[in-house]
Design a protein around this ligand. Structure first.
Ligand SMILES: Cc1ncc(COP(=O)(O)O)c(C=O)c1O
Length: 362
């Protein structure tokens, strides 16, 4: 099986590590009901929530490169960092298990929601070594400890972002181009996606340029300035294309600047993971109209930004808008019910369950 990235740049395949973990292409579909509800017919979705029937979402596209790199380097442990409810940490734990690599998570405080508690129980269920800091500083100290006690580790930074893993979304944009060419959707004028650690956004910017798509990427900022910013996104785009060119000189020489995308800061809500009323309303609306489940940290805020854009008139020509769904939609509630609760979590993590927010465990 080859992926659009390697089809376009065959020399990359010889030099870049990659393993198959997901199911592609992910479907595209018109959001007929949501479009009717908001009075904008040309609304489309890219279903990366269906990228795997084990655990989908955006992270698997990055992990296909990062895990392959770790395997090539014969690493035993994957160490990664995130908020307590990190989807990235859970995706890493689940997909590393499949590759025979054990995951150690270093977790930083964030507002506690039902999804945060669910993910923590699942991290435990899938065998992650869980280390929760009471503060960011404590989490970083724990990270040093985790590195000392897990020899032969591969360090995957927050969100799993690096130039290598960004190739996952360069490939995703090339996949989108194939779907446009096949007539499955029109070329979107704007593509809305969440910007957390910036890898997804940077990959889409680079990939759309390489694919010759005119679609403008709108990254919806969902994290603090240190993690989500224009400069970092553009630097990642430039480092990614340079890495590609190093391995395959047929990759065009291109430079990216701040004018190449939009970073929408207005839906962040001031804190990573904070539930905002607009984000909550967007999650509820797409559930009611399309039956698609989002969450409030990333995808709810992103959809809220797109709905606000429409409310303000949308594209004057009514041109197609694409919402890139980066959340997983495999339902783990039955597994969570059988998890046995939070009592088996490490002591440092039990305060997260001071109040049980998981409705079906009450
Ligand atoms: C559901 C979801 N969407 C989007 C993102 C953000 O992606 P990135 O970190 O590549 O910006 C994340 C990151 O954890 C996520 O979990």
């Amino acid at each position: 099986m080859t992926i659009p990235l390697f089809k376009s740049y065959p020399a990359l395949e010889k030099h870049v590590p990659w393993i198959s973990l997901g199911q592609y292409p992910t479907p595209v579909q018109k959001l007929e009901n949501l479009g009717r509800a908001v009075g904008y017919p040309e609304l489309w979705i890219k279903r990366d929530d269906l990228s795997s029937n084990i655990y989908g979402g955006n992270k698997i596209r990055k992990l296909e490169f990062a895990i392959a790199d770790a395997l090539n380097k014969k690493k035993k442990y994957m160490i990664t960092v995130g908020g307590i409810g990190t989807n990235h940490g859970l995706a890493t734990t689940i997909h590393c298990n499949r590759a025979g690599i054990k995951t150690a998570l270093v977790l930083i405080p964030q507002p506690i929601t039902e999804k945060v508690q669910e993910n923590l129980l699942l991290d435990q269920h899938f065998g992650a070594d869980i280390n929760v800091g009471r503060s960011t500083m404590e989490a970083y100290l724990r990270a040093v400890w985790v590195m000392l006690t897990h020899p032969n580790f591969y360090l995957l930074w927050a969100g799993g972002t690096s130039p290598l893993s960004t190739l996952g979304y360069v490939n995703a944009a090339l996949e989108l181009k194939q779907q446009i060419d096949a007539g499955l959707l029109p070329e979107p004028k704007y593509v809305f996606g969440a910007t957390g650690s910036m890898g997804t956004t940077a990959g889409l910017i680079v990939g759309c340029r390489l694919a010759g798509l005119k679609s403008r990427i709108v990254g919806v900022k969902v994290s603090m300035d240190a993690y989500s910013n224009v400069k970092g996104t553009i630097s990642l785009c430039n480092r990614t294309i340079q890495m590609m060119r190093k391995h395959d000189p047929s990759v065009p020489d291109m430079r990216f600047t701040a004018s190449d995308f939009d970073l929408e800061p207005g839906f962040f809500g001031g804190e990573y993971g904070r539930v905002t009323p607009e984000g909550r309303a967007a999650v509820d609306l797409i559930k009611k109209t399309e039956g698609i489940g989002l969450e409030t940290t990333y995808t709810g805020k992103t959809l809220a930004a797109m709905l606000d854009f429409i409310k303000k008139g949308g594209s004057p020509d009514g041109a197609p808008l694409l919402f890139w769904n980066t959340y997983n939609s495999v339902d783990y509630s039955e597994t969570i019910k059988k998890c046995g609760g939070f009592k088996t979590l490490p002591k440092s993590a039990q305060w997260v369950f001071k109040e049980n927010l998981i409705s079906y465990l009450k």
